[in-house]
Design a protein around this ligand. Structure first.
Ligand code: ATP
Ligand code: MG
Length: 411
């Protein structure tokens, strides 16, 4: 016999309780995004490579080493999406969605990054994603973050805190950048190879490094606050007071920068608190949700300047924190205890489902053992159909008011 094919490294076949937890995350997100009136979008899984290269930035980890790019049969370079934002921005421009601005959209689905697979880090993973495009006001940041916070709370996830920073406007960011080049330049030889390179290309990203050689210099690096323009300071102040008014808890994280080129002003991550159960469950892959304001992105794709803010969260990482959602028992199991009643069983099953009860049927194996099998599988109620004295006999085994409910439907 030939060898069975193996799954691709870094992909997952999600099943059982893990799949239920995954679905719970998606369902909760769908419910909450409707509360905030985010509109649903469905996006292509692949785009022209330049969509990501131009918006995320050539020197980012994603573009320089994580993308799944290939030539299609027409010789065009395409890339499996490593994130949603760039594709949504492309769609905003190509479809003239400006007419809907400010546009609040939400989506979820698979993303692809060539990374070293480990717990909470995969090559095909999934995100929930929310964006507000064409809104320059800090109120948009507040709305977006309030929604993120509500998603996490409704998932029942505890011990996770919003870490918030501002990268300032263009001028503040430039002054900060120069100060970082000077600071890190003085210790260049002691930095990781990656960060030595970042020093020329994007020194902000050294702050985002996970390498211990870099981490030890990050704490004392110059802070953005010294360089904020009055406008940028006022913007950040409006975001933080809006969050307070909305009841969203946050903490200031002065060296949080995020790894992408396109961020301005607000940048944020939801991170498990040290020592919390959530931190324990996720190990070192601790950021569950990240995002920020990307006012410069549309221009990098050749569009007009368009202010926007968004976030994305890993579904797998969220699912690891929602606990065991189990697979709920059925409301009803219909047991066909005599094969001549197969049609009646199917009809009963249909009535139950039409009435909104979850139901399945047991109608195989030895007829006398079927009822016991249903008891063993377990359900909130069991309906047995048998023949007694030539008549159909119905017996219902149920707890509490379920008995009356089922009785009313099946009689
Ligand atoms: P990290 O620092 O963990 O690499 P990131 O900054 O690359 O994360 P983003 O691009 O901000 O991540 O994506 C947002 C979220 O998507 C992350 O917080 C995480 O929950 C999830 N995520 C990102 N990459 C992966 C991956 N390879 N596998 C699983 N989840 C991921
Ligand atoms: Mg990453």
């Amino acid at each position: 016999m030939s060898k069975t094919p193996q799954a691709i490294r870094g992909t997952q076949d999600i099943f059982g309780p893990d799949a239920e937890a995954f679905a719970f995350v998606v369902e909760t997100f769908e419910r909450v995004r409707k509360l905030y009136r985010f509109r649903r979008v469905e996006m292509p899984v692949f785009e022209k490579t330049e969509v990501f290269a131009r918006s995320i930035g050539e020197t980012t980890d994603i573009v320089s080493k994580e993308m799944y790019s290939f030539e299609d049969r027409g010789g065009e370079s395409l890339t499996l999406r490593p994130e949603f934002t760039a594709g949504i921005a492309r769609a905003y421009l190509t479809n003239g969605w400006q007419q809907h601005a400010p546009l609040k959209v939400a989506t979820h689905g698979p993303l692809f990054r060539y990374e070293r697979p480990q717990k909470g880090r995969y090559r095909q993973f999934h995100q929930i994603d929310a964006e507000i495009i064409g809104a320059a006001e800090p109120q948009a940041d507040v709305e977006l973050l309030a929604m993120a916070d509500q998603v996490i709370r409704e998932l029942g996830i505890e011990g996770v805190t919003l870490h918030l920073n501002t990268l300032g406007d263009g001028d503040s960011r430039e002054a900060w950048r120069a100060a970082l080049v000077e600071y890190f330049g003085a210790v260049k030889g002691e930095l990781s190879e990656d960060s030595q390179e970042r020093l020329d290309k994007n020194p902000l990203r050294i702050l985002d490094s996970k390498d211990p050689r870099d981490r030890k210099f990050v704490a004392d690096a110059p802070k953005i606050d010294q360089f904020l323009s009055d406008d940028a300071r006022a913007f950040f102040g409006a975001v933080t007071s809006g969050l307070d008014a909305a009841g969203v808890k946050w903490t200031r994280a002065e060296s949080l920068v995020r790894g992408l080129d396109y961020y301005r002003h607000t940048a944020f991550e939801f991170i498990p608190d040290e020592g919390s159960a959530a931190a324990g469950a996720l190990g070192s892959q601790s950021t569950i949700l990240g995002g920020g304001r990307y006012d410069g992105l549309m221009e990098s794709l050749g569009g007009h300047p368009t202010p926007a803010v968004g976030w994305a969260a890993g579904i797998e990482r969220l699912a690891m924190l929602v606990g065991d959602k189990g697979e709920a028992p059925a409301d009803v199991i219909v047991v066909v205890e005599d094969d001549s009643l197969m049609a009646a069983g199917v009809t009963t099953l249909g009535k139950l489902r039409a009435a909104g009860l979850t139901a399945e049927m047991i109608a195989s194996g030895s007829p006398r053992k079927r009822f016991d099998k249903a008891v063993k599988v377990g359900a909130l109620s069991i309906v047995g159909l048998s023949v007694r004295d030539g008549e159909t006999n119905l017996r219902i085994k149920a707890e509490g008011d379920m008995a009356d409910r089922v009785e009313a439907i099946v009689r």
